[in-house]
Design a protein around this ligand. Structure first.
Ligand code: SAM
Length: 270
């Protein structure tokens, strides 16, 4: 079959089904194991290749995100394995990595804790950029297993600890980062199918007001931070004021916006 013909058909089908048409190229490239730029050199595809593409197309039309279909995601220029046990890394979270690296380098910070690590994307990306001594935790043993694999494949040095927030953490750090679950429980049903059906509930549910984990972090971070320690938090686009209030015992440094112009990362200091 001619690839161009299939591509045109699929783009129409995706448009009609309200699925991002850009995913067609991604699916074809991943299924054929060629880069998207090299797709232009592919003319004919075999029956087997066609079957492989159509299997992924069917999953995508059932709203499974492409990174969950191919079990991989790109974050900060690195490859991450993902599955149903971990949140797919979001591009918006790259802002936190950039800000953390800036502070670590400027202030010569030596140790970092990543709470709620999931796929390990923040811990791994920050560790790769700065070499900071890194510990990362999650309450999900399945997430920790994936995060360990991601640290290994990206050659990052991260000490992973299975822990309900700070419970199994007995040291102090120069920096604590976290992208905790922050969706209010009642809003989960309103999320896109791609999110609510394919990201783990544990990664989304921030309790009644969505702020449960920020309150835990505010209560406990002080006793786990060295003098002049920093806290960097990813937040929902409308949570800046509430999180500022929760961290009123800390010094607010700044709120950094993501690429879409939304409030995304809050920086506090003790
Ligand atoms: C929003 S995801 C963030 C994952 C990753 N840090 C990222 O930025 O893509 C939140 C993570 O918090 C974890 N989590 C939920 N409750 C937790 C708890 N009580 N203690 C530690 N981690 C928890 C979930 O398993 C999930 O991996």
């Amino acid at each position: 079959m001619k690839l161009q013909q299939l591509k045109t058909q699929l783009k129409q089908q995706f448009k009609l089904s309200n699925v991002d048409v850009c995913d067609v190229d991604f699916i074809i490239a991943e299924s054929l194991n060629v880069s998207r730029t090299n797709l232009v050199f592919v003319d004919e595809i075999s029956e087997n290749q066609h079957k492989k593409i159509m299997r992924a197309v069917s999953l995508r039309l059932n709203k499974m995100p492409v990174d969950k279909i191919f079990k991989k995601a790109y974050f900060c220029g690195l490859n991450f394995k993902v599955n149903k046990s971990v949140l797919s890394p979001r591009q918006d979270s790259e802002v936190l990595v950039g800000k953390a690296a800036e502070i670590i380098n400027k202030k010569q910070l030596k140790t970092m804790l990543d709470l709620c690590t999931g796929s390990g994307c923040l811990a791994v990306a920050i560790n790769k950029r700065t070499n900071i001594k890194t510990t990362a935790t999650d309450v999900s043993a399945r997430a920790i297993k994936i995060a360990k694999q991601n640290a290994q494949t990206n050659m990052a040095k991260v000490n992973f600890v299975l822990s309900d927030m700070f419970k199994n953490i007995h040291q102090k750090f120069d920096l604590i980062v976290s992208n905790p679950p922050y969706i209010p429980t009642k809003d989960i049903a309103l999320l896109d199918d791609e999110v609510k059906n394919f990201d783990p509930m544990k990664a989304l549910d921030g309790g009644l007001d969505g702020l449960k984990f920020y309150k835990i972090i505010a209560q406990n971070a002080k006793s786990h931070l060295n003098k002049n320690g920093y806290v960097l938090l990813e937040i929902g686009f409308n949570q800046q004021q509430q999180v500022k209030q929760i961290f009123s015992d800390y010094t607010f440094i700044e709120c950094v916006k993501d690429l879409g112009g939304n409030d995304r990362v809050m920086v506090f200091k003790i």
